[in-house]
Design a binder for this molecule. Structure first.
Ligand code: ATP
Ligand code: MG
Length: 327
């Protein structure tokens, strides 16, 4: 049986990139193994946040998980900070990893570049992420392509720890989609779409109104060729839009390309906006109910209790193997 763990940060407006690259698959995986999904709010603190903002995004993300189809009867859904073992193992992972390894991480380089203030947490983020995964004996971790390097780090930490202290952790496998694993920004196809981007035009948020989606897609950069075809190397922007089209409609890229033969980007973009709106409308409808539902906190409390039971058993083993004295 697969043991599946993944998390999303409550750090902004959840994007189509988060959905296509990771969250959409969380739903299907519920029938393939034991799924544990987290709202990783401690990770969001690596970039300074207002308390009110963090609180709001945390509940929004909980409602979003449920709106896309995460079923609390099948999966554990919880807030990371409600299970204190994450910070405890996070520290132990900081003491397992090396600064050189952490400094090589591209997310750290990207997110610290040009910033006046860079927190220590931004550098040690992968140690906390390793803890998140290893606490639950995860065998499989569905993530977007940008998290591949952090997953490698997690595997290295698990192996290093096991070698030094004896068999303790399961070594997890990343599950990264070849197609849709990296959705690019609408304004710059060399950058990945990110919910924390200061430019709202660079992403489609899952909660964007239809009119906003139409506008954002209309403004999305393309190229001067004028032909709708898939060529990631030479036509990254149009290829990205085709990927979004295919992921939202379920149609193959070939079928989509064939339909737009001899037509320009205008027609393509108009239909793409419709396809995206159609995919997001049922999620937005469900969200309206979940965000106001008193059940939300009950689900999260129950999830934290269930997660805590697994995490505390792992920590007992870790403390014993590491020589952290307990009575
Ligand atoms: P932030 O900018 O705050 O880091 P983010 O959009 O990168 O936000 P995360 O919470 O860091 O979102 O990541 C949640 C999941 O979404 C991860 O599995 C990540 O790999 C995936 N993901 C993020 N951006 C993309 C993208 N552009 N394409 C595909 N998957 C993505
Ligand atoms: Mg991210």
């Amino acid at each position: 049986m697969k043991q599946i763990f993944s998390g999303v940060q409550p750090s902004g407006n959840f994007t189509l990139g988060n959905y296509i690259g990771a969250m959409k698959r969380f739903v299907d995986l519920q029938d393939e193994g034991n799924c544990i999904y987290s709202i990783v709010n401690l990770h969001s603190l690596t970039v300074p946040k207002e308390a009110s903002e963090l609180r709001e995004y945390t509940l929004q993300l909980a409602a979003m998980y449920l709106s896309i189809g995460i079923d609390p009867k099948k999966s554990i859904l919880f807030i990371q900070s409600q299970v204190p073992e994450h910070t405890e193992l996070g520290w132990l992972m900081q003491c397992t990893g090396y600064i050189g390894e952490l400094e090589r991480m591209t997310q750290y380089k990207d997110k610290s570049e040009g910033k006046e203030v860079v927190t220590g947490g931004l550098l040690t983020y992968p140690a906390l992420m390793a803890a998140d995964i290893l606490l639950y004996n995860a065998t499989h971790v569905p993530v977007g392509e940008d998290q591949k390097q952090h997953l490698e780090f997690t595997r290295d930490m698990a192996a290093r720890f096991n070698k030094k202290y004896g068999e303790t952790f399961v070594i997890p496998e990343p599950m990264i989609q070849e197609f849709g694993g990296r959705i690019m920004s609408l304004d710059d196809p060399t950058k990945k779409m990110s919910k924390s981007s200061p430019n709202a035009g660079s992403y489609i948020a899952l909660l964007d109104e239809p009119g906003v989606i139409v506008k954002k897609i209309k403004r999305a950069v393309t190229d001067s060729e004028g032909t709708v075809r898939y060529d990631k190397e030479n036509k990254p922007a149009v290829s990205n839009l085709l990927t979004i089209y295919s992921a939202c409609s379920g149609e193959s890229i070939d079928a989509i390309v064939a339909r737009y033969e001899g037509k320009g980007y205008g027609d393509f973009k108009k239909d793409l906006a419709e396809v995206v709106v159609d995919a997001l409308t049922p999620i937005q409808e469900a969200y309206k109910n979940w965000i106001n539902s008193p059940e939300l906190t009950t689900i999260l409390k129950d999830g934290a209790e269930r997660a805590h039971a697994i995490a505390s058993a792992t920590m007992d083993k870790v403390r014993k193997n590491m020589g952290l004295v307990t009575f």
